[in-house]
Design a protein around this ligand. Structure first.
Ligand SMILES: Nc1ncnc2c1ncn2[C@@H]1O[C@H](COP(=O)(O)OP(=O)(O)OP(=O)(O)O)[C@@H](O)[C@H]1O
Ligand SMILES: [Mg+2]
Length: 258
């Protein structure tokens, strides 16, 4: 059975996509068949993994709204064992159209279940890149997921918004998906030279004791550059600090999922 991870934080630019792309690539490198689902109309994970959005005939929108089987939308990537359900701006329309659909919180779950049911070789992991909002797309991700991974940027406003996010996770657990659990909070863009990074990390650890990943993602130029080359960090610079930390995160994730 695939373990489904929603990577989410309604705050923008905290490292959700960077984490989704690089964690997925590292899981695949470890031999885990992994499906990256891009649930963000920005399509950053799609282009970041090297898919040319212009060339796509179909994308996640068609699975959610037109009942096109996911199988017809899944793309191979340059990384062995890593597959992607791409997103384009069309997905912004899905967010609107979902509102009037039956069982609107479970549309992604149903599409994934149908896809998994038809697969000969199952996935080990499905990693969902969420948009920066707590709207219906993110609710669909949480309703479909086994666990939530929350990237937290090491900056002053990091804790702001986390309470609301945790309430949303709790609401989904109570009303829509009782198996949902917190996989962990991941500190991102850490700069050990600044007191702020150190203080914010301490603060988050204090509030969420035992739930913060030991792996901390530093601010790293190569991690920022990789998406413009359409490559995960493991391909763009296999010997960088970025590769090292995301590999470490993949080991930690596998350990926590069990
Ligand atoms: N560890 C890092 N070191 C350096 N740059 C990073 C790091 N993590 C992310 N970035 C850069 O910061 C920006 C925001 O990161 P990313 O796109 O992953 O955030 P996001 O949470 O997905 O954003 P959005 O909310 O818009 O979807 C990007 O330009 C990315 O390349
Ligand atoms: Mg993103």
């Amino acid at each position: 059975m695939a373990h489904i991870i929603a990577v989410t934080n309604q705050k923008g630019g905290v490292g959700k996509t960077t984490t989704t792309v690089n964690l997925s690539a590292c899981l695949a490198d470890k031999g885990k068949r992994t499906l990256l689902v891009d649930l963000d109309p920005q399509g950053n994970a799609t282009s970041g993994i090297g898919i040319d959005k212009e060339s796509l005939k179909k994308n996640l929108y068609d699975c959610l709204i037109e009942q096109v089987p996911m199988d017809a939308v899944v793309q191979h990537t340059a990384v062995k064992k890593l597959f992607v359900v791409p997103a384009t701006m069309d997905v912004a329309g899905a967010a609107v159209e979902l509102v009037n659909m039956d069982r609107r919180e479970y549309v992604l779950k149903a599409a994934l279940e149908q896809h998994l049911g038809e697969m000969k070789k199952p996935y080990d992991y499905i990693v969902i890149d969420c948009p920066p909002s707590l709207g219906l797309l993110t609710i669909n991700a949480l309703a479909a997921a086994d666990s939530v991974l929350i990237p937290v940027q090491c900056e002053f406003y990091a804790l702001e918004g986390l309470a609301q996010l945790m309430q949303t996770v709790e609401m989904v657990r109570t009303n829509l998906n009782d198996k949902l659990r917190l996989l962990g909070l991941l500190m991102t863009m850490y700069d050990g030279r600044t007191n702020l990074s150190i203080q914010v990390t301490e603060e988050v650890k204090k509030y969420f004791s035992g739930q913060v990943f030991h792996t901390i993602i530093p601010r790293n130029v190569r991690l920022g550059e990789a998406p413009s080359h359409g490559e995960p960090i493991t391909v763009y610079d296999p010997h960088s600090k970025g590769t090292e930390v995301y590999k470490k995160l993949a080991r930690e994730v596998i350990g926590r999922v069990g």
